[in-house]
Design a protein around this ligand. Structure first.
Ligand code: ADP
Ligand code: MG
Length: 587
């Protein structure tokens, strides 16, 4: 139970602000998260961790010399947005490239991946290292589908130390991937965790039961068993983790973490350690700087996990290297040069608004784009409850809210860009970024990224012809299918998007006027959305509850058809009269 909060919706932000104040000697709050208070004296690779809130000391608690350079801080158990990851990376980057490292979750992979594309486009070298230590989350032959849990800590630590030692980006990545490949974790839960303001936990276990194979986002254990004694529990954890020993390792030196999930007493962990440590030693291992404590938590969950990393000489050097962070200190840190590089936070408004250059024709279309977005936002407001109810059948019920949040943020950003002189492309790109930043949820990331690609194709130079418009729609579609990897029939928004796109493309290619082609395509999309009712979801949160979803159309396919139906008249409008006359006078 979380008892100290104001508005539950502000919990993560308020916790971050309080943390940054309490540790202002080491960290500094920036848009999207926190970075080291002081910059390294010489350029070094910036190691940036991240994920949702609720896991303290992961991820902001481990910022500092010898460890992370920054942490991207999302809402509770929610992936941070692309904009947040981008913003923290810009603030932490100091000339030698950036590596994002995080647990393997779809939302994080999408958002850190898109932030990486944006950084790369600005010429910043960037890499991603995913952590996949949770042996319970997928079988060994699908090891790269596993989630990241407490093994995060070891992987982040060795990467932080490697970067501090001056290794270049590709080397820090190599060390991180090696550590991940040699790290295994098994967890157990004794009781669920409760969101601030919620009146019941995300899951419960009956008295005397334990869930083996827990997740760190309130995912219950994969199967429940009788609560064993401490000796039996320790024996079981060691057995299960050793069963998964990476091939080619036998005995040798290991890093060990016995991790509490949030409301397990450290004394309980020590009781457990009394069994775990001797068993590992009996199995021929030397335990190198083991950690018994809370390193990756799950709000107030009761539970523990055991992590082993098989060390070679290089990994041991970085595992044992000094670190100085708010939540974790190791070794002598006297050697760290803490030179204050001053306040180097980027001012994003200044970055994104700098110097728009647009032609009159593009400004004309920008006005239409703003109207299209406003109309879509109004339509989505009206449909919010209906879309939410659809998503609640087999998903989590937030689709209406997410679409309203995303589209309203998009309108606000579009208006601001328009008023600062942006052309249509820039207006649409700003709208896409804001949508992805504010919507939350899978659909928000995809809509935001799609809109950005649409804007890139429209650009700030011309009033788009029908061909350019069709091209931009294909760019929107390509981006969404490229990122989400959904195919026709998976029961996602792609099921109304692909029919729309092929209908529009073929009509325009055969010479149909844009307004007519668009309205026919929108009608096709609406029919396709309705037809998703009979499908079983293959992607997204609804997949585990596929049967329940049959008979209800896909919420994302439905909202997409709604939006496409109302934006047509604006996006396919003719250039305004004034402009048309001016153009013909010129020629
Ligand atoms: P979340 O599922 O994260 O709660 P929303 O509720 O906002 O996000 O959106 C759900 C919709 O997202 C689904 O109805 C589906 O149309 C769409 N969706 C989910 N996964 C994918 C995917 N991989 N590709 C395309 N669309 C997807
Ligand atoms: Mg949802």
């Amino acid at each position: 139970m979380t008892r100290i909060f104001n508005d539950p919706a502000d919990f993560a932000d308020e916790a971050l602000a309080g943390f940054c104040d309490a540790h202002s000697d080491l960290v500094r709050q920036v848009d999207g998260g926190a970075v080291r208070r002081t910059r390294p004296a010489a350029p070094k690779v910036a190691v940036i961790t991240g994920g949702g809130s609720g896991h303290y000391p992961a991820f902001a608690g481990i910022i500092g010399p010898g460890f992370a350079d920054g942490a991207v801080v999302g809402n509770i158990f929610t992936s941070p947005s692309t904009q947040q990851a981008y913003s923290v990376a810009k603030a932490a980057h100091c000339g030698a490239g950036v590596v994002f490292t995080y647990g393997n979750y779809a939302g994080d992979v999408l958002n850190f991946g898109m932030a990486s594309e944006r950084l790369a486009a600005e010429g910043i070298a960037v890499e991603n290292v995913l952590v996949t230590d949770d042996v319970a989350s997928a079988p060994p032959h699908e090891i790269d589908k596993r989630r990241g849990i407490a093994g995060d800590f070891v992987v982040f630590k060795v990467m932080g130390a490697a970067a501090e030692a001056g290794l270049e980006l590709s080397e820090v990545v190599r060390v991180g991937r090696k550590a991940n490949a040699l790290t295994r974790t098994i967890g157990t839960a004794f009781g669920g965790c409760t969101f601030p303001g919620a009146d019941k936990p995300l899951f419960t276990l009956s008295d005397g039961q334990m869930g083996l194979g827990l997740g760190i986002h309130g995912e219950p254990g994969l199967f429940d068993t009788e609560l064993p004694s401490a000796v039996e529990l320790g024996t079981e954890l060691v057995r299960r983790v050793l069963e998964e020993a990476p091939s080619g390792t036998a005995g040798g030196r290991i890093a060990v973490i016995l991790n509490g999930l949030g409301s397990t007493k450290l004394e309980e962990l020590f009781v457990l350690w009394r069994t775990v440590a001797p068993l590992l030693r009996e199995a021929g291992y030397t335990l190198v700087m083991p950690e018994v404590g809370e390193l990756v938590t799950s709000l107030d969950m009761a539970g523990v996990s055991l992590t082993l990393t098989w060390l070679d000489e290089e990994l041991e050097e970085y595992w044992t290297a000094p670190a100085l962070t708010p939540a974790y200190r190791r070794g002598s840190v006297a050697g760290f040069v803490i030179a204050d590089g001053g306040d180097t936070a980027v001012d994003h408004d200044a970055v994104t608004q700098a110097g728009y250059e647009a032609t009159e024709a593009s400004r004309d279309y920008a006005r239409l784009a703003v109207e299209a977005l406003s109309t879509a936002a109004r339509e989505l407001q009206e449909a919010e409850a209906e879309l939410g109810a659809m998503d609640a059948i087999a998903g989590d019920g937030d689709h209406g809210r997410g679409m309203v949040r995303g589209s309203s943020a998009a309108v606000a950003a579009a208006v601001q860009a328009f008023e600062s002189g942006a052309g249509a492309g820039s207006v649409l790109m700003a709208a896409g970024d804001a949508w992805a930043d504010k919507a939350g949820g899978t659909s928000g990331v995809l809509w935001g990224a799609g809109l950005r690609s649409f804007g890139e194709r429209i650009d700030d130079a011309e009033f788009p012809t029908s061909d350019v418009l069709a091209d931009a729609v294909r760019a929107f579609t390509g981006r969404i299918t490229g990122l989400g990897k959904a195919e026709l029939g998976d029961k996602t928004m792609v099921d109304s998007l692909l029919p729309f796109t092929s209908s529009l493309t073929s009509a325009i290619a055969s010479g149909v006027d844009a307004p007519e082609a668009w309205s026919t395509a929108a009608a096709d999309a609406a029919a396709a959305a309705k037809a998703t009712a009979s499908l079983r979801p293959q992607k997204g949160r609804a997949r585990p509850l596929a049967e329940k979803s049959v008979g209800t159309p896909d919420p994302g396919a439905t909202s997409l058809a709604m939006v496409f139906a109302v934006v047509g008249p604006y996006l396919t409008a003719e250039p305004s009269k004034q402009l048309a006359t001016a153009d013909s006078a010129d020629s």
